[in-house]
Write a protein that binds this ligand. Structure first.
Ligand SMILES: [Zn+2]
Length: 735
């Protein structure tokens, strides 16, 4: 890979900033996958060859300053006259070579071209000719999705047919690379029992394919891992094909989702894929109410933390409405689109607009991208090639999603993760996702002072050892729920692997040992409480701020853990009481020794929260839950947070350090109406805000309101006042 010198970088950005060109090709010292930052895509429909106005789109490419374009080539429908048997042409294509025309136009305009495939499904005539190339269930019934047949990843469809198409496209059209919308084949709920799968699985394991979902069966878990391994093989094989036909930089890149839960269900291994690819095409088009806008910044950070801080991650951002219900031909409310895109910027993601269909009657959707993409072009120097300024890491792993989450990953993994991440955003504690196999690398690179395990149960012995090493060296640890109770295959251990650090052990008959019981407990709600010690002077310091109460609303269920007799409980569990009739609402058992929170100092500070307040915060959004999670994170950090913000309401802050030494702080205004419930309908300004950053800076500049801000220095810190933020602001501090 070409290394970018500072000089080359400045020359490149100056050329782009001067508006001399939007061409990826001007950045001669960089391969296209590093220099093409802004993307666009018009997803063609079957009738588009008869109605597309190519000049309209060329103008739109120029207006939005894109450097790369995704153009439909093949898969379900070919947009060029393919010679590969069964590669069916789009119904409206006729003899036209629309992919060729668009590719030529894009190349003339200096754009990188990603040929788009949508490879996994095919029409009935193909299935009839080669039924053995398609996935089928144990009874021989094919899997049919949206009327199309799902191809098997182990047969000739993936081994011969798709490579032939890739070779044809790359040889004839010379795109910069090929990207595929749907490449992973059958999903976890669609096990294939074809002869090729049986043979391949037996070759790996010596056993027959598992016949049913049984997470306790080693053969079923092996089937999961075998599925992941095949997708990685496909990644490598398809890259060999495109590179052999188009040169070393002709990449094949499968699209990826930003939802780890979804990635698990389709066998796409985030860490392994992002470690091997030069560029990530992220198909993560919109926010969900359960995650909020901040999830986009978090996704960018999570992928960068495993893939490398300098890789390009364009993200497909729908300009049409996606929400609880989708309207692919109607404009997404612009405020909603803006905040999603800007949260992506805050996480180091690059913009990629997406329209569905070459002709749009709701023309308002063409106005959304231009100002954002132009802002990105102008400020790209500050938006790429940087590392986050953070002191706390949130630990994750996909095996935990698979083998601990099983079929209840939403409750067991997503909810605790979301609640914890949202509590930190709400408290302006910048965090970075850390894969459990990257603890040593990332704590070293980023200087992390504490790690959080949000109900991260499945850990290997080696992963446990690296957590232990971190704490022994003085790092803080904040663990919740069942953290460290399972091995990497999701099997319940004899005790927490971190029992000594957590200061608690799990009795033999505990409900957490039974997958059905723990999933039921995670789903349920009842009127339970957590009790604080009566004497406020004896309370743990993380509970300051709760002096006005002896109890906190809870909602979850806790069973006894084994503790040393002298162990103080910072919070204890009060079991469920009736909700009604009112006469019955009193505590039957107001005091217990069932721990809700245990705090200890063992080299580093360790807070163990058996109470699932992270999950509860994701569900109930009670401010006490968010406040306590944040207070515990701060306590584990010994207060070491690199940033402070005085502002009303909710602002998502993401600080970074560029390779040229500036500090860049993104501030996303989440006080706007409907920011927690999609879609946002109006941007409501907020301000003034006071931002303090631990940085030796003397100058500060806003990249959105484009003014210099006076900097006050206080010791290691600098402070600025930001008069007003509408949707977002980005402050660059320099010395
Ligand atoms: Zn198969």
């Amino acid at each position: 890979m070409t290394k970018l010198s500072r000089r080359e970088f400045l020359v490149t950005s100056a050329a782009v900033a001067a508006g001399t060109t939007n061409s990826f090709a001007t950045s001669i010292s960089l391969p296209w996958h590093q220099s093409a930052l802004r993307w666009g895509q018009t997803n063609l429909t079957e009738i588009d060859p008869g109605r597309i106005d190519i000049e309209f789109w060329r103008t739109h490419w120029k207006r939005t300053r894109i450097q790369g374009v995704v153009i439909n080539a093949g898969g379900i429908a070919a947009f060029y006259p393919s010679q590969v048997p069964f590669h069916r042409r789009a119904s409206g294509l006729g003899d036209r070579d629309l992919f060729g025309e668009l590719t030529r136009a894009a190349h003339e305009d200096g754009l990188a071209v990603f040929a788009r495939m949508d490879s996994n499904r095919a029409h009935e005539e193909f299935y009839r000719a080669h039924p053995d190339w398609f996935a089928h269930d144990a009874t021989g019934k094919p899997y049919i999705v949206t009327g199309l047949y799902v191809a098997c990843v182990n047969g000739p469809y993936y081994r011969e047919y798709l490579p032939a198409i890739l070779r044809e496209i790359v040889t004839n059209y010379r795109p910069q690379g090929v990207t595929d919308n749907n490449w992973n084949g059958p999903q976890r709920h669609q096990p294939c029992y074809c002869a090729n799968c049986g043979k391949s699985f037996r070759a790996r394991t010596g056993r027959a394919l598992p016949t049913r979902v049984d997470w306790d069966d080693a053969n079923y878990r092996e089937w999961i891992l075998w599925n992941y391994a095949r997708r990685l093989e496909i990644w490598d094989e398809f890259n060999r094909v495109t590179r052999a036909a188009g040169g070393a930089d002709c990449l094949w890149v499968g699209m990826m989702s930003g939802s780890l839960n979804y990635q698990s269900r389709v066998f796409r291994d985030d860490r392994e894929v992002f470690r091997r690819t030069e560029l990530i095409m992220l198909d993560h088009q919109r926010r969900f109410d359960s995650e909020g806008f901040a999830h986009n910044a978090e996704t960018g950070l999570r992928l960068r933390s495993v893939g490398g801080w300098n890789k390009t991650i364009p993200e497909s951002m729908a300009m049409y409405h996606l929400g609880e219900h989708n309207f692919r031909l109607a404009t997404k409310p612009p405020a909603e689109a803006r905040l999603w895109v800007e949260s992506g910027f805050a996480g180091g993601i690059q913009p990629w607009w997406h329209h569905l269909g070459a002709v749009q009657e709701d023309r308002r959707m063409f106005e959304t991208a231009e100002p954002l993409w132009r802002w990105h072009e102008k400020n790209q120097h500050y938006l790429i090639g940087r590392t986050p300024v953070v002191s706390i890491g949130l630990l994750w792993s996909q095996r935990n999603m698979d083998f601990f989450g099983r079929d209840d990953a939403g409750e067991l993994v997503d909810d605790p993760w979301n609640g914890m991440a949202q509590a930190l955003v709400r408290a302006n504690i910048p965090a970075v996702p850390v894969h459990v196999d990257d603890i040593e690398r990332l704590t070293g690179e980023l200087g992390l002072k504490a790690l959080v395990l949000p109900n991260l149960a499945a850990l290997s012995d080696a992963q446990v050892a690296s957590i232990r090493k971190f704490v022994k060296a003085g790092g803080g640890l904040f663990a919740t729920g069942m953290s460290s109770l399972c091995d990497e295959a999701g099997r319940v251990r004899a005790d927490f692997a971190l029992a000594d650090l957590l200061r608690a052990s799990v009795p033999r008959d505990h409900g957490w040992r039974d997958p059905a019981r723990r999933a039921a407990q995670a789903r349920e709600w009842s009127q339970t409480y957590l009790r604080l010690p009566k004497n406020t002077a004896e309370r743990h310091e993380s509970l300051r701020g709760f002096d006005g109460t002896d109890l906190l609303a809870f909602g979850g269920t806790l069973e006894p853990l084994t503790l040393s007799p002298a162990q103080d409980l910072s919070l204890s569990f009060v079991p469920a009481i009736p909700l009604s009739p009112p006469e019955d609402v009193w505590m039957r058992q107001p005091e217990t020794r069932i721990p809700g929170l245990i705090c200890s100092e063992q080299g580093g500070r360790v807070a163990y929260l058996p109470a699932d307040l992270d999950r509860r915060f994701a569900r109930d959004q009670l401010p006490d839950h968010g406040d306590l999670l944040a207070a515990l994170a701060r306590w584990c950090l010994r207060g070491d947070v690199p940033l402070e913000l005085d502002a009303p309401g909710l602002i998502d802050c993401r600080p970074w350090r560029t390779r040229t030494g500036e500090w860049v702080v993104h501030l996303l205004n989440l006080n706007n109406a409907n920011t927690w419930r999609t879609p946002v309908q109006e941007l409501v300004p907020t301000g003034p805000l006071r931002l303090r950053l631990r940085a030796a800076a003397t100058r500060a500049q806003g990249l959105v309101n484009e003014s210099q801000l006076p900097v006050k220095r206080r010791g290691d810190w600098c402070e600025v006042e930001i008069p007003r933020i509408e949707d977002h602001e980005v402050i660059v501090f320099s010395s």
